[in-house]
Design a protein around this ligand. Structure first.
Ligand code: NAD
Ligand code: TYD
Length: 340
């Protein structure tokens, strides 16, 4: 199987490429990535010499490049490429529209022209918007995105559906809940809290800290995606969730407990604008259709993830001391005065 992965140098894409190479001996993978601030070839250093793997630097918005690449006759394209951080989308939405909407349209169009037999658009539960204390989103739930990030992903989902209906493009949309695991960029809450705790810095907790996310280990997500790639039905949408709801404050406390650090490191900071209260996914469709369910319990997965960050200080210190530092200071300011 020949697969074009877009956005494969980021968190989930790099884990997916590693998973594919480890489980599919005859696969061939090309990774097209723009290497934005979130793209990092170090994430794939262990496979870069694998003859089945090739990296191409470029943007999914570059129609000429994407068209040229797809002349190579791929069996499938998996689109992970995106601007992915909600807080950055609140600061400036433009790149989100460019990559997440226009870039996805470039890919859909090229897949149509080259008759690619399968395309998977990797999307998010955030397209459904926010839940109250009860209920879960199914694939039939209406799209009510709240952040510019979520709105751009919803637009891409709708374009994918339109390409299926209008042109019969064999595209599948997957909507995953929040992922965690190795190689996640330390702007996202779990690696941010782990890496801050490791160096004794405050953990910036938005608002009352009672916002709830449904956590899924990236390895479970990759296994679901590999199954969908092989056996999913074109035109369908699949939720991929961890069935594991945690309030942010409990995640912060758990990380501090693993590291033997005091709760006093939690710093309550100003809330995110338009902050979605709760996400939760009904994943019965995927369970019934393809027999998938998540395998890694959150406590186990989080403890291992803390271990990974502890063992890869060079990886994240380089990131945190590089261009990310300016974003961090602009977003959080001086945390030493934040209320505990
Ligand atoms: P990430 O930010 O870690 O990685 C994104 C990758 O896309 C980076 O390597 C970046 O260089 C690349 N990229 C950005 N713009 C590009 C462009 N124009 N052309 C080519 N490459 C480009 O993101 P992630 O967390 O790995 O998320 C991957 C996908 O999964 C995204 O589509 C995201 O919306 C979706 N998703 C993420 C989560 C999560 O919890 N992280 C949950 C559900 C869905
Ligand atoms: P995040 O990792 O940005 O994922 P998403 O917004 O896509 O769900 O945030 C997860 C949760 O953690 C969300 O409720 C916002 C909260 N959060 C904080 O409390 N502090 C932070 O510094 C960040 C980045 C997030």
């Amino acid at each position: 199987m020949r697969i074009l992965v877009t956005g494969g140098a980021g968190f989930i894409g790099s884990n997916f490429i590693r998973h594919l190479l480890a489980t599919e001996p005859s696969c061939r993978v090309v990774n097209l990535d723009k290497l934005t601030y979130a793209g990092n070839l170090e994430n794939l250093a262990d496979v870069e010499r694998d003859p089945r793997y090739r990296f191409v630097k470029g943007s999914i918005c570059d129609a000429t490049l994407v068209d040229e690449l797809l002349k190579e006759e791929f069996d499938a394209l998996m689109n992970f490429a995106a601007e992915s951080h909600v807080d950055r989308s609140i600061q400036d939405a433009r790149a989100f529209v460019e990559t997440n909407v226009l870039g996805t349209q470039v890919i859909l169009e090229a897949c149509r022209r080259h008759r690619i037999p399968r395309m998977v658009q990797v999307s998010t539960d955030e397209v459904y918007g926010s839940l109250g204390p009860s209920g879960r989103f199914t694939e039939e739930s209406p799209l009510r995105p709240n952040s510019p990030y979520a709105a751009s992903k919803a637009a891409a989902d709708l374009l994918a559906a339109a390409y299926f209906r209008t042109y019969g493009l064999p595209v599948i949309v997957t909507r995953s809940s929040n992922n965690y695991g190795p190689h996640q960029f330390p702007e996202k809450v779990i690696p941010l809290f782990i890496t801050n705790a490791l160096v004794g810095e405050p953990l910036p907790l938005y608002g009352d800290g009672l916002y709830v996310r449904d956590w899924l280990h990236v390895q479970d997500h990759c296994e679901a995606l590999a199954l969908i790639l092989k056996n999913g039905v074109s035109g369908e949408i699949y939720n991929i969730g961890g069935n594991c709801e945690w309030a942010n404050i409990d995640v912060a406390r758990f990380i501090l407990r693993i590291l033997g650090k005091p709760d006093a490191l939690i710093a309550h900071v100003k809330d995110r604008l338009g902050h979605d209260r709760r996400y939760a996914l009904d994943t019965s469709k995927l369970e019934q259709a393809l027999g998938w369910s998540p395998r890694i319990p959150f406590e186990t997965g989080l403890t291992k993830t803390v271990g990974w960050y502890r063992g890869h200080m060079t990886w994240w210190t380089r990131i945190k001391e590089g261009a990310y530092r300016e974003y961090y200071q602009q977003t959080y300011g001086d945390l030493s005065h934040a209320s505990q």
